[in-house]
Design a protein around this ligand. Structure first.
Ligand code: FAD
Ligand code: SF4
Length: 515
């Protein structure tokens, strides 16, 4: 391998995990290569056009995958510099302290993590600072202890959301301001990078004001001359030496040209599905079932949360522009109503008629899509799904990614939906509550892989986990993983902040190792 193709560290994938790790390692002066299969999101008018983004899927550039029966589907994910954070809703929330321990659910046990909340807490704080999270401590009774206040005040509610929050508080509930990563300065709107628009969650930010991994981490990392980024560079296979302990070659399809690179340390951060697929595609004589797979766990325990959108049609109009400011965790844990956790309630971005048309909802009597959009409160609900070895990523005979997933632990989610409906009746704001029936609004189906995690779980026992506590593969000396694959269980909070915090944690370990 020529010296110019050899690096101290190669990071594969530039999303929440890989981008954050590159940022952490950049000041070390070590020679770092970031390999990203996607390109930059084009900056164009369509970034904020709901027809282009939601109806036409302009930024849905992932190849088709197959379901358990071999049927193709197009996953709701994105290959870009910054990964899925380019289109995420930037709700940057911590898992709860209890999520790190074992928890009983209606559908079974959510296993404990091999580290405690306290081990990750300093990194959560750091990730919140780095990603400019706006929030306020003390409102959400389930929030875990934090060592610092938020760096920025919470994003304010617009009047309709404030009204909902006030109504719920009057009934004794504890709604809170959802922590979000947008570069918004409400005190100084003329100077604020974020203009608080309606096309944020699920859209790229045309003015680069979303705290995504590209803006916050990859661009600053590239200011260091020791860091290089290669786009349109899909890693196809990792090759090891004959002992199988060391990766010696990283095979790359660079815009159609086959190239190889090498590094002392290789970090996979392709997202939970693609990192597992990369391991499975890297079979060799010493790793006959896929790289790092002596446990047989590679690709297994795929989780993605049980998510749904519920559209509540309110008597009064909802002219909210930036809707993702509200959260409610009153049903996150077992409660006096039920012995098991239900989950988290918040909002998606405000829907318009185009978005509703894409979801093809059942039109409520007397409503047009425009009228529905004008009156809707567009709730997002998340419940925990549990690790199941049969929910897994495999490679089909023709080389495609195959995703087998049977939702589990669904009763908690059904109860959460029922709770929300009854809450809305209590605050007397709905004439009718309907379920949307498509990707943007529905019980999110298999293609809704936004919260994918768990396929290369970390743990203390190499017989039951793929990665060790530092997210190094048990079976190899120089392979790490810092995307969402490492989750042994996923709680019911959005995953990105945990991935970012963990990447900073693993980054500290690598800085020590690289000394
Ligand atoms: C519409 C949407 C809204 C979301 N909203 C939220 C939210 O509000 N809050 C939240 O916490 N989470 C949210 N998420 C989820 C969040 O974006 C992900 O959890 C997070 O980005 C996952 O980080 P990751 O590092 O695991 O993978 P990614 O961020 O997906 O990064 C993986 C990267 O690897 C690259 N890659 C893949 N395979 C290869 C290969 N073979 N070679 C080279 N590069 C490769 C990909 O192109 C990508 O850039 C949302 C996701 C979506 C799609
Ligand atoms: S709300 Fe702010 S961060 Fe989000 S897309 Fe609009 S300008 Fe960008």
């Amino acid at each position: 391998m020529s010296a110019d193709r050899h690096y101290d560290v190669i990071i594969i994938g530039s999303g929440a995990g890989g981008g954050t790790l590159a940022y952490r390692l950049a000041p070390s002066g070590k020679k770092i290569l970031l390999l990203e299969r996607g390109d930059f999101v084009p900056r164009e008018k369509q970034n904020w056009d709901s027809r282009a983004v939601v109806v036409d899927g302009r930024y849905n550039n992932v190849e088709p995958w197959r379901d358990v029966n071999g049927k193709e589907f197009v996953p709701g994910a994105h290959y870009f510099v910054g990964g899925n954070t380019k289109l995420y809703g930037a709700a940057l929330v911590r898992l709860r302290k209890q999520d790190f321990g074992e928890m009983r659910h209606h559908g079974g046990i959510s296993p404990a993590w091999p580290l405690n909340y306290e081990d990750l807490e300093p990194y959560y704080t750091e990730a919140e600072y780095l990603y400019q999270v706006h929030g306020i401590r003390g409102e959400d009774p389930t929030e875990p202890p934090a060592s610092k206040p938020y760096r920025f005040p919470p994003v304010s509610h617009e009047w309709r959301i404030q009204q909902l929050s006030d109504d719920l508080k009057r009934l004794g509930h504890r709604p809170f301001h959802l922590p979000v990563g947008v570069l918004l300065d409400e005190q100084n709107p003329q100077k604020s990078k974020c203009i608080r628009c309606s096309t944020c969650d699920g859209f790229p930010c045309l003015v680069q004001a979303k705290a995504d991994a590209h803006v916050i981490c990859v661009e600053p990392a590239l200011q260091h001359s020791n860091v290089a980024l290669l786009t349109k560079s899909k890693v196809t296979r990792l090759e090891t030496d004959s002992s199988g302990r060391t990766i010696t070659k990283v095979h790359v399809d660079h815009d159609g040209v086959q190239e190889t690179y090498s590094a002392n340390i290789v970090v996979s951060s392709c997202g939970a599905v693609n990192s597992a697929a990369l391991m499975l595609r890297s079979v060799n004589d010493t790793h006959p079932n896929g790289l790092a797979n002596s446990s047989g766990q590679v690709g297994r325990n795929y989780m993605c949360h049980i998510n749904s959108v519920m559209l509540a049609l309110s008597r009064c109009e909802n002219p909210t522009v930036f809707q993702k400011t509200f959260g409610l965790n009153d049903f996150y844990f077992a409660s006096k109503d039920w012995d098991f956790p239900m989950g988290h309630i918040s909002f998606v971005g405000k829907s318009d008629a185009e978005i509703l048309a894409a979801g093809a909802p059942k039109i409520a009597p007397g409503f047009t899509l425009e009228l529905m959009a004008k009156h809707s409160l567009d709730f997002w609900m998340t419940s925990e799904d549990l690790p199941d070895p049969n929910n897994r990523v495999t490679i089909s005979r023709d080389g495609q990614i195959q995703l087998s997933y049977k939702p589990n632990n669904e009763e908690g989610h059904r109860r959460l939906q029922a709770k929300l409906k009854s809450l809305l009746k209590d605050v007397n704001c709905t004439e009718e509550v309907i379920h949307l029936n498509a990707y943007i609004g529905k019980r999110i189906p298999l293609a809704g892989v936004a919260h994918q995690n768990g396929t290369l779980r970390f743990g203390l026992d190499p017989r039951t986990s793929v990665l060790n506590l530092n997210c190094k593969a048990h079976d190899l000396d120089n392979l790490y993983v810092v995307d969402a694959s490492f989750f042994p269980s996923c709680g019911a909070m959005n995953p990105a902040l945990t991935i970012m915090a963990n990447a900073l944690r693993v980054g500290d370990h690598l800085l020590e190792r690289l000394k």
